[in-house]
Design a protein around this ligand. Structure first.
Ligand code: NI
Length: 196
């Protein structure tokens, strides 16, 4: 089932999400719905707060990034078919010299900005079977995971921009909050006034 994606301005996107146990009700259905919602919106990642749940769960599938001609064959292979569920994730370490990548977010449609992040992360998480893993990722994989991880910490990529950039974007962000935007997937806007 496709779920509405929560838009910028909703308080749920600002909550520090809580851990879940394997008894979380209908977890498998929830994860299936998150995949369906993400693919329907052509995203490479989706975090539970974006569908209104402040729990530490996000999904990532970087396959759409794998046909970028600027990547090496090895990088393309790494991104292709990288499809994972991250539950109760904790980034243990971030390393390296920050690099810039143009990020977007399904909760903030039509806005893309350059964001600086460190290139390498070590993360501990449980998969959908609640098996724990500690893994190190770099490059674009790390980037997507860092972006989704921020969501479960209540952080959005726009928080990482300069104060000038933030000021310049404010009007567009307010419009998103009010639902004054055309989006080709289902969204929930915190300040949408019906019957305009
Ligand atoms: Ni996002």
């Amino acid at each position: 089932m496709i779920l509405p994606i929560v838009a910028y301005g909703d308080p749920v996107l600002r909550k520090k999400a809580v851990e879940i146990s394997k008894d979380y009700p209908e977890l498998k259905t929830l994860i299936d719905n998150m995949w369906e919602t993400m693919y329907n919106a052509s995203g490479v990642g989706l975090a539970a707060p974006q569908i209104g749940l402040a729990i530490r769960l996000f999904v990532v599938d970087t396959t759409p990034f794998s046909d970028d001609d600027e990547l090496t064959e090895e990088e393309q292979q790494q991104l292709k078919g990288f499809k994972k569920v991250f539950i109760n994730a904790k980034i243990e370490e971030e390393q390296g010299e920050e690099w810039t990548f143009n990020e977007g977010c399904l909760s903030i449609p039509d806005i893309r900005e350059d964001v600086d992040r460190k290139p390498r992360i070590t993360i501990t998480y449980s998969d959908e079977g609640f098996n724990q893993h500690t893994e190190t990722y770099d490059g674009l994989l790390a980037r997507v995971i860092q972006h989704e991880y921020d969501h479960i910490e209540g952080i959005l990529f726009t928080d990482k921009l300069s104060s000038l950039k933030k000021r310049l974007l404010k009007g567009r962000l307010d419009k998103i909050t009010k639902g004054k935007i055309q989006v080709d997937y289902k969204m929930r806007f915190p300040q949408l006034k019906r019957g305009r």
